[in-house]
Each structure stands twice: as structure tokens, then as C-alpha cells.
Design a binder for this molecule. Structure first.
Ligand code: NAP
Length: 344
């Protein structure tokens, strides 16, 4: 048997994470059995529990991020001279069905994220995964750090490089720096020599962000945060904004923060839906939507993280699979700075 956390249907739109016992999976052709060592949370898990996410599937195992070791290979896979062997420490691609198309998944009908969806997730002691979706974890990372890398690290990689095309010397703003994805975006953009500024609801988080390469930041709860930000840059507007808040922030970004022809790379709406006004075309702004990334980008991200020695920022660590419901509440309260990780 294996312990796992599934999505239990609740009342109305509020659902529950429930710890259950399931039979241990047996690897099918081309799969490997992975013994999960640590898992990490994403804001997506909260949207699912709140009934605000597409393709929610009840009784599906939750969770998109994990690090583990290969404990068994299917007979077909073991004899196919594949690159993996028993004992390898691996990261799991958090989605299935998107190989390499830079524009988006090759076929949306076959694209799915792991966890709380038709594809079983990773909040479990054992998962059986297609070997093509398994990658050796960067050696410089601890298990706790590695668990926090896949979904957020991939989303930030595509947002910063594929969509944002961030380069040395550019002014880049990353909003909501306490967030898991945002902290990767800061580290990636700083690693290639961009001038990175941040926003947060918490001055202490802005100070901590400076340890990861931020030049400064402002509190987005202040009504005139955009004007305060431009004071910090000496009036220089931004080339790229990496944003997951949307809502009222978006118009401040388009109206004041971005320079003429700048790019707003948008991957979420934590603060509410996007409200588009004509100003965006008057200022020649490019709005570039992005979501997660392909398997090819996942490999590129792992190589980039390894080359630059980037370490995921882990805010809080819980111990034991039965602590996952508490950890989810902690994420919901937004007390964290970086990833919330649970060791199994
Ligand atoms: N499209 C995709 O593929 C994709 C992938 C991953 C995540 N997302 C989305 O991106 C968002 C962040 O995900 P995550 O996992 O990084 O979440 P997270 O770790 O829970 O972080 C959320 C952060 O949002 C910030 N925030 C809240 N209200 C804000 C506002 N009004 N203005 C600016 N920032 C605000 C907070 O930053 P402070 O604590 O600094 O105030 C908070 O820490 C979520 O909406 C998620 O659904 C999308």
C-alpha cells in the first residue's frame, strides 16, 4: 500500500485534501516506479481545492511537484537500454503531452497537468511515471530544494526566456516576489545580468529578495506603487514585467511601469481578472500570455539551473504526508517566501 493525498469532493466549490491508502502502482510498459522523497506545493493546488481550476477530477491524487528515486523499472523499460537505472534521483515533468512546440502544447486535447486532474498527481509515496517524463535531478540541490523546482521553475523559465526574451542590461519587474514562480523569475533574470526589481505586500520579503539579486522593490498595496518604483529606477521604465497578479495591477503596469513597446508576460490572476484598456495599444505594449512549459523547456531549465548553480528558495518544510493539508493552509495564508515543501 502507499499513502496518498486525494481530492475529496466537498460542499459547493470547497473541496478537501484527504489522506488515504492506495495500492502501490505497478509500472507499465516504459514506466518507472518512483519512491517519492519530497513534494512541493503550488498555488494551483489551492485553486483546485477552491473549485477554480479546469479539468478538476475528484478522487485523483493531488500534487504536481516531486523528487524521488527510481525503485523499479517495467520489464519492457528495463530491457530497452533506457538512460535510467534503479536508484537514480529524478524529477518528474509536472505535465504530460507537451513536447517541444515553442508556441504551446502540440495538441491541447492530450495536454494535462499532474494532480487533481485526469492524470494522477504526486502527493503519494509511490508513483509510476513514463520514463520520458523523468529527468535526473541537478546534483547541487538537496532533496527539499529539488522538490520545489519542477512546476515553478519551468513556468518561470518559459516566462523569462521563451516569452520575455530577457537579456543582460534590461530592466525587469517581477511582481509578488513571495511567490514560488516569482522567486525563480528573479533568480533567472538576475543570472543573465538584467536589472531586476520586485513588488510585494511585505517589506521584509523585498529585503530578502535583494539576497537573490533584486535591486529594490515596492509594496504593491500602496496606491502609488508604480510611481514609487520609477523613483527607484531614476525614472527609467521597464522592458519586461513578469506578472501573475493581473487585476488592478495590470493597468498600472501598462500605464506607467512599462516603457513604450515593453512586454507584459502574464501567467496568472492571483489579484483578479485582467481589465484591458486601450492604453495598451497606444503605448505599443505586447501582452504575452504564458503557461508552464514544454518537456524541451524543462530540460533547458534543468541545464540553466545547473550551469548557474541556482537553488530554489524554500520557505517552509513540513514532515510527513499527513501534514500536507496543514501545509496547503499555510500556502493559502500567503505567509511563505518561496516554496512550501513536504518531506515524505
Ligand atoms: N500559467 C501557469 O502555468 C502558472 C504556473 C504557475 C503558477 N501560475 C499562477 O501564478 C500565480 C502564482 O503562483 P505561485 O505558485 O507562485 O503562487 P504562490 O507561491 O502562492 O505565490 C502567490 C504570490 O502572489 C503574490 N500576490 C498576491 N496578490 C498580489 C497582488 N495584488 N499583486 C502582486 N502580487 C500578488 C503574493 O506575493 P507577496 O507574498 O510578495 O505579496 C504571493 O506570495 C498563481 O495565480 C498561479 O495560479 C500559473
Amino acid at each position: 500500500m502507499t499513502s496518498a493525498v486525494i481530492l475529496e469532493r466537498g460542499h459547493g466549490k470547497a473541496h478537501n485534501p484527504k489522506v488515504v491508502q492506495l495500492s502501490q502502482p505497478v509500472p507499465k510498459t516504459n514506466e518507472a516506479l518512483v519512491k517519492i522523497k519530497a513534494v512541493a506545493l503550488n498555488h494551483r493546488d489551492i485553486w483546485i481545492l477552491d473549485g477554480d481550476y479546469p479539468h478538476i477530477t475528484f478522487d485523483s491524487v493531488l500534487g504536481s511537484d516531486a523528487v524521488g528515486t527510481v525503485s523499479d523499472l517495467s520489464k519492457a523499460a528495463a530491457s530497452s537500454n533506457h538512460h535510467l537505472k534503479v536508484g537514480d534521483r529524478v524529477l518528474i515533468m509536472p505535465s504530460t503531452g507537451w513536447l517541444s512546440n515553442p508556441l504551446g502544447p502540440e495538441d491541447m486535447a492530450h495536454y494535462a497537468l499532474r494532480g487533481g486532474s485526469p492524470i494522477a498527481g504526486l502527493f503519494t509515496q509511490y508513483a509510476s511515471i513514463d520514463q520520458a517524463d523523468l529527468f535526473k535531478a541537478p546534483e547541487h540541490l538537496t532533496d527539499v530544494e529539488a522538490a520545489g523546482l519542477p512546476l515553478s521553475g519551468l513556468t518561470a523559465y518559459r516566462a523569462v526566456f521563451t516569452k520575455g526574451r530577457v537579456a543582460k542590461g534590461q530592466n525587469v519587474l517581477v511582481t509578488g516576489i513571495g511567490g514560488g514562480v516569482a522567486l525563480f523569475a528573479l533568480q533567472y533574470a538576475a543570472a543573465v545580468g538584467a536589472n531586476v526589481y520586485v513588488t510585494s505586500s511585505d517589506e521584509a520579503k523585498i529585503e530578502r529578495a535583494k539576497q537573490y539579486g533584486a535591486k529594490g522593490g515596492v509594496n504593491y498595496r500602496n496606491a502609488k506603487w508604480d510611481e514609487e518604483l520609477l523613483k527607484l529606477t531614476g525614472g527609467h521604465r521597464f522592458d519586461v514585467v513578469i506578472d501573475s497578479a493581473n487585476g488592478a495591477n495590470a493597468m498600472a503596469i501598462i500605464g506607467n511601469v512599462l516603457g513604450i513597446g515593453g512586454a507584459l508576460v502574464s501567467f496568472g490572476q492571483t489579484a483578479g481578472p485582467f481589465q484591458l484598456e486601450a492604453l495598451y495599444f497606444v503605448r505599443q505594449i505586447e501582452i504575452r500570455g504564458t503557461a508552464m512549459g514544454s518537456r524541451a523547456e524543462f530540460e533547458q531549465m534543468l541545464a540553466f539551473v545547473t550551469k548557474h548553480g541556482i537553488r530554489p528558495v524554500v520557505g517552509d518544510v513540513f514532515e510527513g504526508i499527513d501534514k500536507i493539508p496543514d501545509a496547503l493552509q499555510h500556502l493559502r495564508d500567503a505567509k511563505h517566501f518561496g516554496k512550501v515543501v513536504i518531506t515524505l
